[in-house]
Design a binder for this molecule. Sequence first.
Ligand SMILES: Nc1ncnc2c1ncn2[C@@H]1O[C@H](COP(=O)(O)OP(=O)(O)OP(=O)(O)O)[C@@H](O)[C@H]1O
Length: 219
Amino acid sequence: MIALHDAALSYGERTLWRGLTLHVAAGEFLVVLGSNGSGKTSLLKVLLGLQRLSAGTVTVNGRRPRRGSDLVGYVPQHKSVPPHTPLRARDLVRMGIDGHRWGPWRPQGETRRRVEDVLGDVGAAQFADVPVELLSGGELQRVRIAQALATDPRILLCDEPLASLDAEHQQTVTELIARRRRTHNTAIVFVTHETANVLPHADRVLDLAAPHDSAALPA
Ligand SMILES: Nc1ncnc2c1ncn2[C@@H]1O[C@H](COP(=O)(O)OP(=O)(O)OP(=O)(O)O)[C@@H](O)[C@H]1O
């Protein structure tokens, strides 16, 4: 699903990581750790086709990463939404389906059903029509996961999805994501600083603060 070979990422003179060789298979749950600024988000950007490597190679689903791929879902870092955002939960999820300008055209009924299904999958059906600015942090994060899953991706990239959630919601959100890999064989790349709830689900841990030629360590 994901293959990096001898990969390096530098911004100007500053190298964040190098010598990174890593394979993530279908259904695998990879946890990415590392201190602030170690390049975790930058790694996800590489996989999303938003950032080029400085050296080495990367493929996602056997191809060079490209923006807006339906095969890759992305759960961003938790942030509250700006006040007066004129969107309901279901609108946010729908943007995961037809937010890509060049995405395939889908009939409206089909899109509506898919939005209902995916909101149901993450236990968010009851707040489908609630304006996103009124959702709690944990509710909003479920909706963001639904948005990321809306195109039925084969790979799910999660960027600190637990930040600023309480312990109970951290557990709920982690279990939602872990369930997805069991039910759909989705590969998960999970960037986090919160290890307690997440490490029990991990197949492997990549520590970007560790020496990079031994970066992919068994969990
Ligand atoms: N486009 C860019 N140009 C130059 N420097 C950048 C760019 N993007 C990120 N950086 C820098 O690279 C470093 C790594 O950033 P990144 O967001 O990948 O770290 P991170 O490991 O996700 O950190 P955190 O845990 O704080 O979220 C940071 O110091 C950041 O300021």
